[in-house]
Design a protein around this ligand. Structure first.
Ligand code: GRF
Length: 203
């Protein structure tokens, strides 16, 4: 399966996906990494891995729709089977999602539906949670609301700062995203027309 990855920052999840794809028996290859930030460090990492990259600075476009249209055109050119959002910090409109319905994945650093949106680790600490984690889900129009495919849990320790928790969560993100991409790329898990998870367990 052909994968396009969208990033906005460090791209550590993109690197984890790229490393997983290097395994001969992994059923996916990353064909492009796109960013809405021309200075995203992850773009340099993708280039170092030999992956085609492109940047689409929002300020270069007159509207959100124009910005998305440019990214969509670049995606159509590389013909990905799946699109992985990995630290992509912009909400996608329905016009963007529809052509890729059920084929866009996202990783979010909380146990959805808890803590959608930003600053998830500080919010978990403030709420007195004893566990935290990450969620990989299919992307739908709402923010962080698509059907959940996989989650991983980490403990919250007594003196954790948000930074401690973020670092601990990233380690499970980097394991969970590749595992989940494999399930979807193999067709073991899909998003049904009713927006719910379909598990074929074909493998
Ligand atoms: C990660 O916590 C990820 O869950 C969130 O953005 C953070 C940075 O991701 N979406 P990355 O290092 O850019 O992959």
């Amino acid at each position: 399966k052909r994968i396009a990855v969208l990033i906005s920052g460090t791209g550590s999840n993109m690197v984890a996906l790229a490393k997983a794809c290097e395994a001969a028996d992994f059923p996916a290859e990353i064909v492009a990494v796109f960013s809405d930030k021309p200075d995203a460090v992850g773009l340099e990492k993708a280039k170092a891995l030999g992956i085609a990259t492109a940047a689409f600075a929002r300020k270069d476009y007159s509207s959100k729709a124009e910005h998305e249209a440019a990214i969509l055109a670049a995606l159509d050119a590389v013909k990905p089977d799946l699109v992985c959002l990995a630290g992509y910090m912009r909400l996608l409109s329905g016009d963007f999602i529809r052509p890729y319905q059920g084929r866009i994945l996202n990783i979010h650093p909380s146990l959805l539906p808890l803590f959608p949106g930003l600053h998830t680790h500080q919010r978990a600490l403030d709420a007195g949670m004893k566990i935290a984690g990450c969620t990989v889900h299919f992307v739908t129009e709402g923010m962080d609301e698509g059907p959940v495919i996989a989650q991983a849990v980490v403990p919250i320790l007594p003196n954790d700062t948000a930074e401690d928790l973020a670092a601990r969560t990233l380690t499970v993100e980097h394991r969970t995203y590749p595992l989940t991409l494999k399930l979807v790329a193999e067709g073991q898990v899909a998003m049904g027309s009713d927006g719910r998870i379909v598990q074929t367990g074909s493998a």
